[in-house]
Design a protein around this ligand. Sequence first.
Ligand code: CP3
Length: 340
Amino acid sequence: MSLPERRFLRACRRQSVDRTPVWFMRQAGRYMEEYRALRKRYSILQLAKTPELACEVTLQPARAMPVDAGILFADILLPLEPMGARLRFAPAPVIDNPVRRAADVRRLKDFDVEEGLGCVFSAARLASRALAPRPLIGFAGAPFTLASYLIEGGPSKDFARTKTFMHEQPAAWDLLMRKLRRVTADYLAGQVRAGAQAVQLFDSWIGALSPSQYRRFVLPHSRFVLTAARKTGVPVIHFGTGTAGFLEDFASAGGDVIGVDWRVELSQAWRRVGARGIQGNLDPALLLAPRRELKKAVQDVLRQAAGRRGFIFNLGHGLLPQTPVSSVKAVVEWVHEYSR
Ligand code: CP3
């Protein structure tokens, strides 16, 4: 691999790079015409579970622009199905048999990932070959974010059921988190065996918790997954949103790289997480702003990163579906140009 192709993995390891690497969460998706065309014929679950289609969608953004990595096309909720959840997308995710009591947790199946999620591993094998020499990122949802979907039965604003569950039924919560962390660790290891060269753990909704709730109900379980993922030998990115209030605790759970959102001053993130890589943190809404504002914001992120080793340019959360493709391409170009 030449230097440009290695810049993402080198940055994960805090080695010197020729330019700042850049990729985007949700870089495959509805903002792309090619994706919308496929979605007219297939549901999101069909796309994710058919290896050839998942590979094709993974490649779409990599073909359209020089992003420095591809992320496997799948969804964090896929492992919940073989556990026994009835999952559908409407278009937001819905689980028709949510977890509400201890018996529901006990019923969740402890399945073999090669059997239950083999289609994702096949997709990873195809995509890692097709994307080479650029690296493929595998991913999974973190135990808290997965538990919140299982308990709420879909997205939530206040996470009231999830928080009630953890406080009212702490033993059942603990069992639920243990089941999720085991599946998640195996799932990530399977993706690495299939060719993923880095993995990202998404704790997208963790910012709903207080620092003490995070430490008590979540941290040991995330740490279990991150420690297991580290043993695969590939770099591990630990991403969360709304973590500004407990970034030190969040980072202490693990990860070679910590993913932060725009609510954190990037220049302060290093001081708070210590000797780690940092990924982020442009507000995805800026890609909807006038070009002049977008450019200033990209330059500001790079200025705050200040050429430190271990910086990966990304958004603070996923690309919005209404984002113009031209804005995404412009960001890639500017990141590479201004980080020379
Ligand atoms: O390009 C990529 O980033 C890889 C693919 C990917 C998807 N989902 C595809 C997808 C990844 C990494 C995810 C992760 C995911 N899924 C997360 C964590 C990241 C985040 O955004 O916080 C979460 C919380 C989910 C659950 C999920 N899946 C939601 C809330 C939705 C609905 C979103 C919406 O805007 O309607 C999905 C569906 C989904 N997963 C889409 C895509 C491209 C859109 C579905 C469609 O085509 O209609």
